[in-house]
Design a protein around this ligand. Structure first.
Ligand code: PFF
Length: 456
């Protein structure tokens, strides 16, 4: 993508592939592997996965299509776009988007920092067998702050220069490599003894859990986080879109790729957990230990791959390097929402916006690096709850204040009126009530987590 800016010469995607790649790059990230594996582990495995799929289809697709259409239609940053659609009363929604980008990136970068540390240590052969202890050492305090600062610096440099060819090309090579590596690992995981219990946990839902409101809210939140929805990220990317392709189809492509990557990651992680008896270490066995659950991926992957023999460390390194790149393409989109809004609203030059907010976000992330309970709380509050609030407001804005214009724009590229009717019905009558109920259920656990945080 050419250096996007809100000025008259704001950038535009060169090709359809460029846009799809950047959007998939935003969606596929730590959410697919780090977050998916730990939330699925907490949520009883299969029940979570099934509910997650339902939310992706029922809520994710209509909201994503709405964001893409609004972006392409308005050709401005989300802060201005929501104002154009709903008047100045809707301006706070745009700033909520910015707040989410700021808040998510602050702790996202801490986790991305772990990927750098694990890759580096794997290359040095310095990851010990006891990864749970090792994770607690390098995943918190000063070591975590250092890698967090490093990762933010890299993100800022890229956004500051404008994303462009370097990143697009890197993503073009690395995303398929990540995919191939994941599929390879999933196939290898089938050979693990005792893995059957892992597949059962991951793929066979227990009916009672399907009605568990905690699992339902987690699955809905994960859909928003993983698909980069609810904070105008894809709206921003679509605002650099000139060609009039079918945005419904683009949404399906993005969502399907994102789901595929997460699903395959689960096919790797769960057999490993059961084969190596890591359930206890990550908190599956008994009372959940958040500190360790959040590290599920980091604790399970290295010992599993090291067991492959001498080349094991290289594969561990390759895995985390690719995860790092997946995180980077997502982090860029998080920062881009903030930067685009600041350029647009305060008329700052891109460099000043990127550096200033990069520093502020880095500072805001330091508490998460010191205390994993702060990290998980921020993830629950901003990465789940507020994204759903953003998604709910977006659906109401589009469905009840701007439907004719938005549907008109969607029809460019999507000729099928029946499909458009399905979309508008979902946006008006399915997304708002479902999200309303989910948010209602999400308030109490959030409050409990908050009290635990300040109490302990
Ligand atoms: N979708 C990204 C992931 O799964 O890692 C995280 C993310 C990026 C969330 C951009 C929200 C967003 F706007």
């Amino acid at each position: 993508m050419e250096a996007p800016s809100a000025s008259p010469d704001r950038g535009a995607w060169g090709t359809r592939l460029g846009f799809i790649l950047a959007a998939v790059g935003s969606a596929v990230g730590l959410g697919n592997m780090w977050r998916f594996s730990y939330v699925a582990a907490e949520g009883g495995g299969a029940a979570f996965v099934l509910l997650y799929l339902v939310f992706v289809a029922l809520i994710g697709l209509p909201v994503m299509t709405s964001e893409l259409v609004v972006g392409r239609m308005t050709q401005v940053s989300p802060v201005k776009a929501v104002r154009q659609l709903g008047g100045s009363r809707w301006a706070p929604l745009g700033w909520l988007f910015v707040f989410c980008g700021f808040g998510i990136l602050s702790y996202y970068s801490v986790i991305a920092g772990w990927t750098m540390r694990f890759a580096f240590d794997a290359l040095r052969g310095a990851i010990p067998q006891d990864t749970a202890t090792y994770f607690n050492e390098v995943g918190t305090n000063m070591p975590a702050v250092i890698t967090h600062v490093l990762f933010m610096a890299i993100t800022v440099i890229i956004v500051l220069r404008g994303v462009k060819k370097g990143l697009e090309r890197t993503a073009l090579i690395l995303m398929p490599m990540l995919f191939v590596l994941l599929v390879g690992l999933a196939i290898w995981a089938t050979t693990l003894s005792g893995g059957g219990a892992g597949y059962a946990y991951y793929l066979k839902p227990r009916l009672s859990e399907l009605l568990d409101t905690a699992i339902i809210t987690d699955a809905a939140g994960q859909a928003f986080f993983s698909l980069s929805l609810g904070m105008g990220a894809l709206m921003t990317y679509a605002s650099y879109l000139k060609n009039k392709t079918n945005l419904g189809r683009e949404a399906v492509t993005i969502a399907a790729t994102d789901f595929g990557v997460a699903f395959i990651a689960g096919l790797v992680v769960f057999p490993i957990i059961f084969h190596f008896g890591l359930g206890e270490a990550i908190g599956l066995g008994g009372v959940l230990n958040t500190d360790n659950t959040v590290g599920t991926l980091f604790i399970t992957i290295p010992p599993a791959l090291q067991s492959l023999g001498s080349g094991g460390n290289i594969i561990v390194a390759a895995f985390f390097i690719m995860l790092f790149f997946a995180a980077l393409t997502s982090a860029i989109s998080l920062l881009e929402v903030v930067v685009a809004a600041i350029i647009d609203s305060w008329q700052w030059p891109r460099a000043r916006a990127a550096v200033t907010f990069g520093i502020l976000i880095t500072l805001a992330g330091i508490p998460s690096a010191y205390n994993l309970n702060i990290l998980t709380f921020a993830d629950k509050l901003v990465g789940t709850f507020l994204l759903m609030v953003g998604g709910l407001c977006t659906a109401i804005l589009v469905g009840y204040r701007a439907l004719p214009q938005v549907e008109q724009e969607l029809s460019i590229g999507m000729e099928n009126a029946n499909l458009r009717r399905v979309w508008s019905t979902m946006v008006k009558f399915v997304v708002p009530p479902v999200l309303f109920v989910v948010l209602f259920f999400a308030v109490k656990p959030l409050w409990v987590a908050f009290k635990a945080l300040i109490g302990g």
